[in-house]
Design a protein around this ligand. Structure first.
Ligand SMILES: [Fe+2]
Ligand SMILES: [Fe+2]
Length: 318
């Protein structure tokens, strides 16, 4: 038996108390169960919001649901409270080195080594499918990021988008390649009686929700650009580890194609994103520098929590 990570809209009422338990003030420990309920709720909302035109009758209006707005604000505030202001760069001139340091430490070398050398096929499949909430719509995330950009910045993101489109070849479209591999990975879990729905956790949803939150709400655009920059840069090492792990486990070549493509493509995306998108943006104003830097640090926290949690769940399959 298997399932997919739930993307359905759950509409039971959420109280202020639920929100406060999930995102406590003053350094309290978040209630993980509540955190999952709220993260799942946001994921359902974002998925419905980004649905295709044919689903227009069910697409929610932006900012019309006060519960969604309350969850988003509480989450944003909680994440900002986790950021140590002393870690933020003070001058735009420091930003490129600062960002390079951050993304260099966000590559999870131990986790990558585990994927490459130790993980079982079920563990690899679990990680692959945990990535689904992001990777299955990465092209839309790039599309959202491009809005309002101009010149070289827009062109850089357009090139990234064109890569997502398989450079115009349907069979090389990244989301289609991902879905092809996901089918194989779902079968692996089903064959081993792993139910993906049992493994749902707040960290997996929040990892996906963060870039959706930043992408959908235009005033958070600088944070979205920073988060995407961190993700692109840190991806190649993990993709290489997945290629190595899958090869070790005799996964068919067509299933590994998705990961193989990203080893090189994302290395280019990560470098160009910094030089052409983020550096010009932070040079515009101290406020833009602050937003971009906060976005990068929040992405680092959310991403690290996600990899730690998924790794634990992988090892629990043994
Ligand atoms: Fe891609
Ligand atoms: Fe990419």
């Amino acid at each position: 038996m298997t399932g997919t990570i739930s993307q359905s809209v759950v509409s039971s009422p959420i109280t202020d108390h639920d929100i406060a338990a999930a995102f406590p003030h003053n350094g309290g420990t978040p209630d993980r169960g509540q955190r999952l309920v709220l993260a799942r709720r946001l994921q359902g909302y974002y998925s419905a919001y980004l649905a295709g035109a044919e689903a227009f009758e069910d697409i929610p209006r932006l900012n019309e649901d006060p519960q969604i707005a309350a969850i988003e604000q509480a989450w944003l505030d909680w994440e900002d409270a986790q950021v140590d202001p002393g870690l933020l760069p003070e001058q735009a001139g420091e930003f490129a080195d600062w960002f390079t340091d951050l993304r260099d430490r966000h590559v999870q070398p131990e986790f990558c080594q585990y994927l490459a050398q130790e993980a079982t096929l079920e563990e690899i499949a679990l990680f692959f499918l945990a990535e689904e909430l992001v990777d299955s719509r990465f092209d839309d995330l790039v599309a959202l990021a491009q809005i309002g950009a101009t010149g070289t910045s827009k062109l850089t993101m357009a090139e990234n988008y064109w890569d997502e489109m398989g450079e115009g070849k349907l069979e090389r479209m990244h989301t289609l390649l991902f879905e092809h591999s996901a089918k194989y990975m779902r079968r692996q879990l089903a064959d081993h009686a792993v139910n993906l729905a049992d493994l749902e956790c707040a960290e997996v949803f929040e990892n996906a929700n963060l870039v959706l939150l930043y992408g959908i709400h235009r005033h958070l655009a600088p944070r979205g650009l920073a988060a995407m920059g961190v993700m692109e840069y840190s991806a190649p090492g993990r993709f290489q580890a997945m290629v190595d792990g899958c090869t070790r486990l005799d996964v068919p070549a067509d299933v590994i194609a998705y990961q193989r493509i990203h080893v090189h493509v994302d290395a280019d995306h990560g470098a160009e994103w910094l030089d052409n998108v983020l550096v010009p943006l932070v040079n515009r104003s101290p406020a833009a520098l602050r937003e971009v830097s906060r976005g990068a640090l929040v992405r680092e926290r959310v991403g690290t929590a996600y990899y730690d949690q998924v790794w634990q769940q992988m090892k629990a399959l043994r």
